[in-house]
Write a protein that binds this ligand. Structure first.
Ligand SMILES: Cc1cc2nc3c(=O)[nH]c(=O)nc-3n(C[C@H](O)[C@H](O)[C@H](O)COP(=O)(O)OP(=O)(O)OC[C@H]3O[C@@H](n4cnc5c(N)ncnc54)[C@H](O)[C@@H]3O)c2cc1C
Length: 228
């Protein structure tokens, strides 16, 4: 980063001239696009710039727990199921989705603040109990294998005030751009939001270079974002 005059005689502004990688090598670039999560960006930015990126320190993480179970037989014909009134929120029939004969299901708990500190044994017991009520066949099936993944920094938490913190793709640092589900997409932290942010950032970069027709589609196709 450097301070450069915007125009001759004007106040200097911050400009990004490239990135320094772990080896110390500096890669020069006229545009740098960060796609790392907000929780990681704070570690990569020069410390004196953090105050220009308030979302980096103010957005809080939300954990997601995935409980992956392999039974000795298929336990449902459904591709996926939204669950209500249970700790488990979603069931994905990974065996069926992946075209495998395995009875492999993935159970997801989003916004898992209350459960992230539970032990793996406790989470497995909750999953088997709730699954037994929802799909009684799992009580007879043998559980061959299980993997429980706790993602503590899965997404940003959409708590009050978070929306106003989400940054645009252009930043106070000239030549430095942001993309990612945590930027101002007007969507929750989702794959759709991440895709949309990529289009927005590409658009901003090309506009900055005065390139209006680069043979690239830089606006997000509405078909990519359902419900818009
Ligand atoms: C368990 C789980 C389940 C989810 N389920 C759904 C779902 O069903 N539907 C949905 O829409 N969304 C879901 N999400 C959310 C979705 O995955 C995210 O919103 C989306 O992946 C965000 O994309 P992104 O490009 O902003 O960030 P990411 O996909 O997180 O990509 C960031 C990239 O930056 C890299 N990176 C991080 N730090 C550094 C560093 N220091 N240096 C270099 N690279 C770095 C990472 O390796 C990663 O490749 C889920 C998320 C999790 C964790």
């Amino acid at each position: 980063m450097s301070r450069q005059p915007r125009t001759p005689g004007s106040e200097p502004c911050l400009a990004c001239e490239g990135v320094r990688v772990d080896s110390g090598e500096v890669i020069q670039a006229r545009a740098v696009l960060s796609t790392v999560p907000s929780f990681q960006l704070g570690r990569l930015l020069p410390p004196d710039l953090l105050s220009s990126f308030p979302a980096v320190t103010a957005l809080r993480p939300a954990p997601i727990i995935s409980i992956n179970l392999w039974f000795d037989r298929p336990v449902t014909d459904l591709d996926f199921v939204g669950l209500r009134g249970t700790t488990l929120q979603w069931l994905f029939n990974k065996g069926k989705i992946l075209g495998s004969p395995e009875g492999y299901v993935s159970l997801v708990i989003s916004g898992a603040h209350q459960h992230i500190h539970r032990s793996r044994e406790e989470l497995l017991a909750i999953a088997l109990r709730e699954l037994g009520d929802l799909l009684p066949v799992t009580r007879q099936a043998r559980l061959a294998h299980s993997i429980i993944i706790k993602e503590r920094f899965a997404t940003f938490s959409p708590r009050t005030g978070a929306e106003g913190l989400r940054p645009a793709s252009t930043t106070p640092v000239r030549g430095f751009y942001l993309a990612g589900d945590w930027t101002a997409t007007a969507l929750p932290a989702t794959i759709e939001g991440a895709v949309k942010s990529g289009y927005t950032a590409a658009d901003a970069i090309l506009n900055n270079f005065g390139i209006s027709d680069f043979g690239l589609r830089t606006s997000c196709p509405s078909s990519a974002i359902r419900g818009q």
